[in-house]
Write a protein that binds this ligand. Sequence first.
Ligand SMILES: [Zn+2]
Ligand SMILES: [Zn+2]
Length: 351
Amino acid sequence: MVMDVRSYAASSAVTPLAPFRIDRREPRADDVVIEILYCGVCHSDLHTARNDWGNTTYPLVPGHEIVGRVIGLGAEATRFKLGDAVGVGCLVDSCRHCDCCDKGLEQYCLNQATYTYNGVDRHDGRPTQGGYAEKIVVSQDFVLRIPDGLDLKGAAPLLCAGITTWSPLRRWKVGAGSRVAAIGLGGLGHMALKLAKALGAEVTLFTRSPGKEQDARRLGADRVVLSTDAAQMAAVAGRFALIIDTVPYVHDLNPYVPTLAVDGTLVLVGYLGPLDPMLDSAPLVMERKAVAGSLIGGLAETQELLDFCGQHGITSDVEVIRIQEINEAYERMLESDVKYRFVIDMASLKA
Ligand SMILES: [Zn+2]
Ligand SMILES: [Zn+2]
């Protein structure tokens, strides 16, 4: 039976999000029905709601940092049981048979992964709708287990902000003593500090704001470097094996390249687009340095992150809001006025 579900949706690029009813499909054999308790608020939600990337289909229900409880199961959905605490991130399906899917890299599915919202369901061709809603129905293979004891509202941002920083930390084999830096202290940056620290790395934050030092140290930074201060930048020359660049807008990468060690990599996770000013290849060639990119993570890697966070008691620092406050939260997010992630308490949908 199709479920009629309360949600908040954008009906165009220029209208605020507002109450909206959507249908959730009748569970297929491998589906899990989830009552959503919390949903994190990601910059992608705002960009998609406002059609900043030019590909939005309306009406749109955003949200891909979803945490809730299992309230229904398809006939062959045996991985979960009723009442389990579960999560859904940015992906709800993929082709499941290409080279990337076979390697657990569903986010790079060669036949295009199905995104949690603003995607198209592979089976019924209907638009996918995200987590600013009472319930969601998802194939069990794209549902994550939230470890016991992890605060559910703080766990929600692990599904996007967390995995986006975890995946490069794992890909570039960060461990005890690795020298790692993050650029920017927002939703992604604060997770990068916490996760790198828990992996045993020596952690540095690059920031343009002198006021962030105390918070950065609390979150795991051993050192804070003001990127606008040439002397401080020179003091970390040749130092880092990995720099995770979380800045979501165009910015100059060239000043960071000298701070990489030989064989070091700067990985972009926040900004997608042409670089300006242009990137000088000479220091990359001369010291075998790399500039790379990374997109969220696959399902197995996301579960690995959640399990790691369960073991280490790591969650996101969150500000809980009611769904009725979402439009104001978007404006505050644009001003970076949040420490460090908004999370919607979905009980407010029923208010
Ligand atoms: Zn996101
Ligand atoms: Zn695939």
